[in-house]
Design a protein around this ligand. Structure first.
Ligand SMILES: NC(=O)c1ccc[n+]([C@@H]2O[C@H](COP(=O)([O-])OP(=O)(O)OC[C@H]3O[C@@H](n4cnc5c(N)ncnc54)[C@H](O)[C@@H]3O)[C@@H](O)[C@H]2O)c1
Ligand SMILES: [Zn+2]
Ligand SMILES: [Zn+2]
Length: 389
């Protein structure tokens, strides 16, 4: 079958690879109908997350049809249209039982790397390096889905593939940021990053009753989507001063909840960016935490910051003093999608959560290297490049 493979830093290629088969009784094989490039994949492409090997298949945000099930699968049948959570969880370990699905003890069959790096291994993710399990990704004609009863969800009739696709990753990630960030009715919420994840976090904050939501970015097309499709306010950090603007909007207090949806390759203006870039490129720091710093500084006293953006290891110039003295709560996680996906699919069916505008560029799998290039450069207003195997 054809699949998009990582072949080196900033090098992708569509290649012939072996088709997946059922290996365990709880597996299913899914014929992929749509698979999207996520901001997390850009960190792999740029070589910021090591432990990729030439020939690894990328992709973790996908929807498709079940074509084969293992003997232990009870919820799904061949022919079912399913959306699959990007994180792989067993459903039975201590963490899964506590709904902390991305921390599953069994989702990563290769825990040694992250155990050494972080002191414990989180779960696994499709197409996301050998550190995260070495699972084959979804930018392919077929994919093996382990723990299929836990990770695959039937898509309600009437919800289009393009809408349901984002219930795999962007929508549950955004929802988790707003939910576990503690958004309450009446809150003011600021979101850094207007990509798929930031937009979904903003929509979640609204649906959870926030009174005012503002999304910060610099790409006009993305900010326009936020205003028109999500229906919230925006700030352009390339022409506006974010901290004073947020103070002004909140009567001098700062937002109650700040959600960071940017990650380790943050951009910014000013000398701090140059410093971060140089250290990052020389691998003297693993991540550029620009938006995390700003979120902590912006947050009101006693408020909370939720980091959705992916980070690899160590950061520099972390404002621990502001965090501590302002009594700010800082939380972060890879997404616990299994907790939210059924509810999100219902909201999609009810028309409360629309996502299709994120799929700005839909193309064949053969064109996916070009799609990644556009997505990386945010060229032609690209928010998500989506591939049709
Ligand atoms: N926690 C999870 O489970 C999870 C799941 C999916 C994605 N992610 C991570 O979320 C992040 C966002 O993903 P995405 O798909 O939306 O990516 P994306 O690349 O489409 O969007 C990131 C956006 O951040 C903006 N940005 C850069 N620097 C900024 C700054 N200083 N202030 C404000 N905005 C800034 C960019 O202009 C861009 O629009 C990535 O780091 C990705 O790895 C995490
Ligand atoms: Zn993702
Ligand atoms: Zn588990």
């Amino acid at each position: 079958m054809r699949a998009l493979c990582w072949v080196g830093v900033n090098k992708l290629q569509v290649e012939d690879v072996a088709e997946p088969h059922i290996l365990n009784s709880h597996d299913a094989v899914v014929k992929v109908s749509l698979s999207a490039a996520c901001g997390s994949d850009l960190h792999l492409l740029g070589g910021y997350i090591p432990t990729m090997r030439a020939g690894d298949v990328l992709g973790h945000e996908f929807i498709g049809e079940i074509v084969e099930v293992g003997s232990g699968v009870v919820k799904h049948r061949v022919g079912d249209r399913v959306v699959v959570c990007s994180f792989i969880s067993c459903g039975h370990c201590h963490y899964c039982k506590n709904q902390l699905y991305s921390l599953c003890d069994n989702g990563n069959p290769n825990p040694g790397i992250t155990d050494t790096m972080w002191g414990a291994a989180p779960g696994g993710c499709y197409g996301y390096s050998h550190a995260m399990g070495g699972w084959a990704g979804s930018h392919a004609e077929f994919i093996r889905v382990p723990y299929a009863d836990q990770g695959a969800f039937p898509v309600p009739e009437g919800v289009s593939d393009t809408r349901a696709l984002f219930a795999s990753d962007a929508a549950p990630t955004g929802w988790m940021g707003a939910d576990l960030g503690g958004v309450r009715p009446g809150d003011v919420v600021a979101v850094w990053g207007a990509g798929g994840v930031g937009q979904m976090a903003a929509r979640a904050a609204m649906l959870l009753g926030a009174e005012r939501v503002v999304v910060i970015d610099r790409f006009a097309e993305r900010l326009q989507q936020v205003e028109e499709q999500i229906g919230v306010e925006t700030l352009d950090y390339s022409s506006q001063d974010v901290l004073p603007e947020l103070k002004e909007m909140t009567g001098g207090r700062g937002p109650d909840v700040c959600i960071e949806a940017v990650g380790m390759e943050a951009h910014s203006t000013g000398p701090a960016y140059l410093y971060d870039q140089v250290k990052h490129q020389l691998r003297l720091q693993t991540d550029r935490p620009t938006a995390v710093r700003e979120a902590i500084l912006a947050c009101r006293k006693g408020g909370s910051v939720y980091v959705l953006g992916v980070f690899g290891a160590l950061v520099d110039k972390f404002p621990l003093g502001a965090l501590m003295n302002k009594g700010v709560t800082l939380r972060a996680a890879q997404q616990h999608g299994q907790r939210y996906i059924p509810m999100l699919l219902e909201r999609m069916a009810a028309g409360e959560l629309r996502t299709e505008h994120l799929a700005t560029h839909v193309m064949s799998l053969e064109d996916s290297p070009h799609g990644y290039q556009m997505f990386k450069e945010k060229a032609d207003g690209c928010v998500r490049a989506v591939f049709r195997p």
